[in-house]
Design a protein around this ligand. Structure first.
Ligand SMILES: N[C@H](CCC[C@H](N)C(=O)O)C(=O)O
Length: 284
């Protein structure tokens, strides 16, 4: 039995259950089981996963993120904006520039404060993408970058671009991001043996050099309404394939994100909203 307060938050409709571990002690909880049960949309609170906001020795807070299937990810772009909002709005660190640790890295975040004195939007320095195939990781090629590389999955020929933003992504530009692709092929790509750690998948429609539309099949959670690391990977893939400019507006199912891949330092900057929805007590 696990008893704790939780807060439901979302970034562009990518919703997670957040637990403030500055206040709650989860030492006695099996967090893998907790992530599965609390995320369940019928038997639990409901969400794309569980995010623990933990104290950090090197930053203002540490984010630990678990998918709805209980697996852990290194990074979560929409989640880290919500963690920043929580840390500021709940007085853990009331600074407009925050540092948050995730997956062994420390990320810099800039907060935009609304007229109610609460965080409205957050810009995250997502760092440099990792493109070397074995480091993404993917075994599609032995070394070098996988850019618009044709592979065959389940009888479909797909041109894939593989990018790690701390977690693995496979970006596929398509004329239309249909259910057949996202829901049909997404899970097959996720578990294809050429992605040894599984992968997140982005199906992307190009609207113009500056604007795209994305649907996401996430490793461990299925289709989500947005994915911040995925949107960052799409920004990088758009430049590598010559399809988009370095700055794009990305329309996701639950909202928009702005991405920019800097030519000067190679970092991807992501800006988007963060929303607190409700709080409650879990006692299952
Ligand atoms: N939705 C998240 C990414 C979760 C990725 C997770 N599904 C993984 O296993 O890497 C985001 O906004 O970046």
């Amino acid at each position: 039995m696990c008893l704790m307060r939780f807060t439901k938050m979302h970034g562009a409709g990518n919703d997670y259950v957040y637990v403030d571990c500055f206040a709650e002690n989860l030492d006695h909880c099996d967090i893998t089981e907790l992530a599965k049960s609390i995320s369940h949309r019928h038997f639990g609170v409901g969400g794309d996963g569980l995010i623990l906001i933990r104290p950090s020795d090197v930053a203002d807070a540490r984010m630990q993120m678990l998918n709805a299937d209980g697996s852990e990810s290194e990074m979560c772009g929409n989640g880290i904006r919500c963690v920043a909002k929580y840390v500021y709005d709940h007085g853990i660190a009331q600074k407009e520039q925050l540092k948050i640790e995730s997956g062994g890295c420390v990320l810099d975040l800039s907060l935009a404060i609304g007229s109610d004195g609460k965080v409205e939007a957050v810009t995250v320095d997502m760092g440099e993408p990792i493109l070397e195939a074995p480091k993404v990781p993917t075994s599609i090629i032995e070394s070098g970058k996988v850019v618009d590389y044709e592979i065959e999955i389940d009888g479909h020929k797909l041109a894939v671009t593989c990018v790690s933003m701390g977690n693995p992504h496979c970006v596929i530009f398509v004329p239309e991001a249909t259910d057949e692709l996202v829901l049909g092929l997404g899970p097959k790509i996720e578990t294809d043996p050429r992605f040894p750690n599984r992968t997140n998948i982005e199906f992307v429609e190009i609207i113009s050099k500056d604007e795209v539309r994305q649907r996401t099949w996430e490793r461990g959670s299925g289709e989500t309404w947005a994915c911040g690391t995925g949107a960052s990977a799409v920004c990088v893939a758009g430049v590598l394939t010559g399809k988009t400019n370095r700055k794009i507006l990305n329309h996701l199912l639950g909202g928009d994100l702005t991405l920019q891949w800097s030519e000067t330092n190679g970092h991807v900057m992501m800006t988007g909203g963060a929303v607190e929805v409700f709080s409650g007590e879990w006692n299952a």
